[in-house]
Design a protein around this ligand. Structure first.
Ligand SMILES: [Zn+2]
Length: 265
């Protein structure tokens, strides 16, 4: 119903005829797109038709203008969302996987070490090693302990471990932040797309309801007109004949009914 092939019809924007492009009636353009087209191409309604390519373009440009109106300048992110909508692509992505693929060997090793350093396994192992170290050097098993009281070598070892651990943890935290940032950008894009798609659906739905309501009203008006007109004589005699034949068909049934029936039909 939307596509009408009428001779000499052409698109009101690019001027292509029905042979070069699929044309749609301007009545089917939703109000927000029509408003955008009124601003951008004031004479687009003259031909009463628009091609599907131009309508598609207008749809995304109208969307861009809506976002621009609501929050000023469009960011690169907003543009990428609109582009993905126009290409009908899925936008959500698994940030964890993408990020893990980009990590170098050193970065991955730092993450592993930082992960181990923040675990109970590390604390228990460390306590065990310390106690063993102290015990070996205190118990008079060795005649010459390698680190006698007050364990200066142990102190040196501990400060070396602490010195390496701090930058490792900081590196790991920095990467975690970068990952969080990517995740929040992805969330923002997905949310914006969902919001725009829902709005798009609402408009489409409202527009179709309105169109349907108009059509129903038209049909009802036509029916009312038909009912108010007097029947032509030929039709009237046909109705009479039909009634007579119906009455004839009913009469044998009536005689077959039992006499006690108070209301024979
Ligand atoms: Zn066109």
């Amino acid at each position: 119903m939307a596509r009408k092939a009428i001779a000499a019809s052409y698109c009101g924007i690019c001027g292509r005829g029905e042979r070069e492009a699929a044309l749609l009636s301007v009545e089917w353009v939703r109000p927000n797109i029509a408003r955008y087209l009124d601003d951008a191409h004031p004479k687009w309604r003259e031909s009463r038709f628009i091609c599907s390519t131009d309508l598609q373009m207008a749809r995304w440009q109208a969307l861009e203008s809506v976002i621009e109106r609501e929050r000023g300048e469009l960011t690169e992110l907003d543009r990428s969302v609109i582009a993905s909508m126009s290409r009908d692509e899925t936008l959500s992505q698994n940030v964890e996987e993408d990020y893990a693929e980009r990590l170098s060997f050193g970065e991955r090793a730092a993450d592993r070490i930082a992960g181990f350093a923040g675990s109970w396994a590390f604390i228990l192992t460390f306590v065990g090693v310390l106690m063993l170290w102290v015990a070996v050097n205190l118990v008079p098993l060795l005649r010459q302990p390698f680190d006698p009281y007050p364990f200066i070598l142990l102190n040196l070892m501990l400060s070396m471990i602490a010195a390496f651990q701090a930058p490792l943890i900081m590196m790991s935290q920095k990467r975690q932040e970068a990952k969080d940032r990517l995740r929040s950008l992805n969330d923002y894009r997905v949310n914006l797309k969902a919001e725009l798609e829902i709005r798009h659906l609402h408009e489409k739905f409202d527009h179709h309801l309105m169109r349907q309501w108009e059509r129903l009203t038209e049909i009802q008006e036509t029916q009312m007109e038909l009912l108010s007109q007097p029947l032509p004589t030929s039709a009237r005699s046909a109705v009479k004949k039909k009634k007579a034949s119906k009455a004839a068909a009913d009469s044998p049934q009536r005689s077959a009914l039992p006499p006690s029936d108070p209301k024979p039909s």
